[in-house]
Ligand binder design. Structure first.
Ligand SMILES: [Zn+2]
Length: 244
């Protein structure tokens, strides 16, 4: 094991302080670990980054690398969008290897979630990744149309319509909100239920119905479980697909 310079010793102390106070923010932790790893600042006491993670912090090296990778993935996101707020979101993004696809998934995820006044969840990021991958033919952009399964073709047909319907309902929701701030306010509550509630229910319905991926049981060839479509919505797909 090789000695550290005084500068490195001081730097290591600083970085370790960040990790141990920890969890202040996953971004700080990831950046600190990345620097410790790439400059091998652990080398005076530990042979490897693996050993360092396990013995110094009691987490596995793969956990350490996950944090480093998650922070690295943030760098490639479109600057105008908000950054992921926690490690789970960032790690879900880091699992998408391709940078432009990662940006696209994050863009869609943020658009949908901010329409509901919140940030995307890690699970939504995973689902949108599947959705995006299905439309663009995953890994191989040169596939012929007839090489797609029925499920993929069917999804490609309905996805733009679902997206348009979602946009329309979002617009409907905005107008209904505006109306409820006018003289129409009381008339919006006909029958004890508000129009906004109906529109919200319709949006939930659309979100639940839209395709989340190719049917894992028939691989898109169409079967009874996917109602002869070759694709499944999020709930059903989640039920039948073994967790990744
Ligand atoms: Zn099927």
């Amino acid at each position: 094991m090789t000695e550290l310079t005084t500068i490195e010793i001081n730097r290591l102390e600083r970085l370790e302080e960040i990790v141990s106070k920890g969890m202040r923010s996953f971004v700080e932790v990831g950046l600190a670990l990345a620097e410790i790893q790439s400059n091998r600042l652990y080398r005076a006491q530990y042979e490897t980054f693996e050993e360092y993670c396990q013995e110094r912090w009691q987490f596995s090296a793969s956990r350490g690398r996950q944090l480093v990778g998650a922070v690295g993935a943030l760098a490639s996101l479109p600057a105008e969008l908000p950054k992921p707020a926690n490690a789970a979101q960032a790690e879900a993004l880091a699992r998408i290897a391709d940078e432009s696809r990662r940006s696209e998934v994050w863009t869609i995820a943020v658009q949908r979630a901010t329409a509901e006044g919140r940030m995307p969840t890690a699970r939504e990021i995973g689902e949108i990744d599947i959705e995006v991958g299905d439309v663009f033919g995953d890994d191989d952009g040169n596939e012929e149309w007839n090489e797609f399964t029925d499920g993929e073709r069917n999804m490609t047909e309905v996805k733009p319509m679902f997206r348009e319907l979602g946009d329309l309902l979002r617009r409907a929701s905005d107008i209904a909100d505006a109306l409820s701030r006018t003289s129409a306010k009381q008339w919006m509550l006909t029958g004890g239920s508000s129009l906004q509630k109906h529109i919200r229910d319709a949006r939930d319905h659309v979100n639940a119905a839209r395709p989340a991926g190719v049917c894992p049981l028939c691989s898109g060839a169409r079967c009874a479980k996917c109602f002869d479509t070759g694709w499944m919505n999020g709930t059903r797909l989640h039920h039948y697909r073994p967790s990744r």
